[in-house]
Every structure is written in structure tokens, then in C-alpha cells.
Design a protein around this ligand. Sequence first.
Ligand code: G6P
Length: 486
Amino acid sequence: MVASHAARVLVASNRGPVSYSLREDGTLAPRRGGGGLVSGLSAIGPDADAVWVCAALGDGDRAAVLRSAGGAGRLSTADTDGQHVRMLDIPADTFASAYNGIANSVLWFVHHMLFQTPLEPVFDEDFRDQWAAYVAYNAAFADALADEAGKGAAVLVQDYHLALVPQLLRSRRPDLRIGHFSHTPWAPPDYFRLLPDDVAAEVLSGILGADRACFLTRRWADAFAACCADVLGASVIRDAGSLTITYRGRTTRIGVHGLGADADFLRERAHRPDVDERLAALQEAVGGPDRKVIVRVDRTELSKNIVRGLLAYAQLLRDHPEWQGRVVHIAFAYPSRHDLAVYREYTDEVSDLAEEINEEFATPGWQPVVLHVKDDFARSLAAYRLADVALVNPIRDGMNLVAKEIPVVSDDGVALVLSREAGAYEELGDDAFVVNPYDIRATANALHQALSVSHGERAEATKRLVAASTALPPQQWFLDQLRALG
Ligand code: G6P
């Protein structure tokens, strides 16, 4: 294991590449996670002096930290495909306040513009306690990174959970090269400013502690720059395509790296026997090769707009009764952040609505909606293969990799219905049926058009979607950021 002060490359993120559950006999079951960051880091190989710092998310993770050598949280590389991972055991109440309270109830809501009632958000005493916990949680990351990093190392800090880390780390270790990557959208100043002034300023100046602050699209980068100018009075300079922000005498470069799909991995994984098996089961549920299939796969998360997607599907069946009995909507809505009531309620709403649609329209031998809520990656890939139409209609989304993955994996080409508020729209919009995610009727109409497109047109559009979706695979995405740090 890499000793303290030795790593050359560090990644920091709330969720790490592995998580543990406790078996009944008290042993630990590690589970490897997927996603762009995991594949990205693999580009530098398991032997490199790279360390990934992450938080212990639950009891299993905490037990793994306790049982690690000296309780220091350096996990066994047998559990991590050889990657060096240091997991931080942040006190459970501090973690809950930082993660559920600030990250997922405030910052996520700001960036996705999700506050819905005139009385939201609430900045009371509880919020102030949670904010203090968020500061402590960020400081714990900064301490661990400062401890692990070799002289002049590159540190890639991920996402809204860790917005304060760049600044905190710089004050501890001015020798480091620090990047921050936002995987979410960024809110425009008029919305971002609903945060208390001191909090808004700390979030922005925290990220500006980085040498480079990176985003998935130009739109989110521009919004961040506008917030820095508006809230901090920072000076924003655009020069021949480059964007820099100067604040209190330091300059931060802004980067855009549009993470793409990992085509090699996905295509290989999507043709293994477990996926074939699930494909056969889904085909049976669809009930015949002549029926068209609309697929969506999401975490059940408010920004994904699953309820409006289902309402649009019901509207399609009403407005275009010719589709009744000829189309099936496969919707996978995997539970997410269920410590928070608002997410649990949303999951219930999705299930209830799917049931209602089936009650209203089903006929013997035809179930209009096939909803699954239990996370199953192999089944998601099977649905990707089967899709005639992919429905990706988030209210706002940093990128949305599902929009990129389905064209890559689909067996017979796919027509993409895509929200113009997803980051993926910048790259895929020209070849998709683009919708305003709030407009249910327009979404129903886009579904009709996508279902009606000719096979030839669909094949041509899919080719272009695949090219755009795979332009920056995760390994390249990761290396580009490292290189740009210098
Ligand atoms: C988004 C965020 C990630 C986060 C993921 C899953 O994609 O940008 O940072 O890990 O959602 O959310 P969770 O709360 O389960 O980690």
C-alpha cells in the first residue's frame, strides 16, 4: 500500500469505487461500483501511485474501515481491482448532515432547480448545523488528501459534495495541483443566489481554490462563471475559447470535458449470458416482436422527471390510440437516496402511476408499462439492447449517460427522445427528438414521432448518436483532465 505523502495522482469523491455490506455471519461483502470515474481511473492502471479517497457510506463501509490496518481506512486491494482506496470514517451524524442535509437536499436542489413550493428552501437552525457538518466533512477530506499526496501531486476532486475541498486543501498544501469536477448542472445566478450569501460565496470560492474547475458542458461552465462574477465580484476573462476566473489574486482555469460512454466495456458486458437471459425475459414481458419498446433507465430521483415521462406515455396512448397494444414502455426506476422522505415519496408516486396506467389501458395479453425498481445492471443492458425508443427527459441533468449508452448498446438502432435540459443535449441534440421536459403533451408527441420514424432514418441517426456518445470515453476523459492540470 502506498505510504502517506507518496501518491502522485489522487481522486476524491463522496462515493468510492467499492462499498461493503455486512453478511449475517459478520463478514464483509465488497461490491464494486461502476460509472465513469471508476473506468476513468483504470486508465492509469492499478500499479500507479494513485489513491482514491472516499467516504464510508454505511455500516458495512464503517466496519471495513475499522477492520483495515490500524483502522486507517486503507482498503484491501483485493476488494478494489488493485486500486489504492482510502475510505474515511466520518462520524455518522456529521456524514448524514453533510450528505443528506446539504449535498442532496440543498446543493443538488439548487443545481437542478428543484425547489417547488413558495416556502422552500428553509435556512433555519438545522440548516446551519448541517452546514457546519458539511464544512467538517470537507475538512476531513482535505486532511486525508494532504496526508496522502506526494509533493506536487495532482488531485482531482469530484462533485458538489466536496465543493470546499479545493480551497481547504490549497491552504494545507500549496504545492499541489488541484482540479475540481462538477458532474451536475450549475444554476444560473438568479437561482444560485437563493442560497444564503455566505454559503453561496463559500461554495464558489471553495471551488475557485482549484487550479482548474471543470464541467460537463459549456452551459454549466458559463453559469458557474456568471455566479462567480455576480456573487463574488470575481473577474471573468474569455479569450479565444478559454475561460478564466480571477478572484483575490488567484486565477482558476475553467475546463469542459463532456464524459462519454465506455463503448468497449458496454458492448462486451451487454453480450454476456446473464444479459441474454434477461433479454429473453423482457421480450416475453413485451409479448411479441411486432410491439415497439420505449425504454427508460434512471435512479428514482426527482430531477429525472419520471412522473412526467409516464404521464407523457399515457397521453400518447390517449392521443394516438393506434399505439394501444402495439407499444410497451419498459421503465427501470432504481431507488436512490431513500434516507430522504422526498425521494421515497417520489418512488411511490412512480409506482402508483405505472399501476394506474396499466389499470386504465391494459388488455388481455398487453401490459402497457413494465416497471422494475430493483437495481439490476444486466437487466438495464438487456433493455438497452431491446429499445426502439429511449426516453431521457430530465428536468435538468449534468450529462445523462443513459442517453449515450442506449445508442451504443442497442441491437437495432434507437430513436432518442431527449430533454433539452440534459447536458447530453449539447452533443446529441441534432439527432434526437428534443423536448421541453415540463411539456407533457410535447413529450407525448415526440414519443409518437420517435415510434414512427423509418428504420433507415433511425439507423442513420443512431450511427451519428454513437459517434457523438463515444467521442470522449472515460479513460480519455480522465487523462485529459490530468494532462490539463499540467
Ligand atoms: C450523481 C452525482 C454523483 C453521485 C450519483 C449517485 O451522478 O453527480 O456524485 O454519486 O449521482 O448519487 P448518490 O447520492 O447515490 O451517490
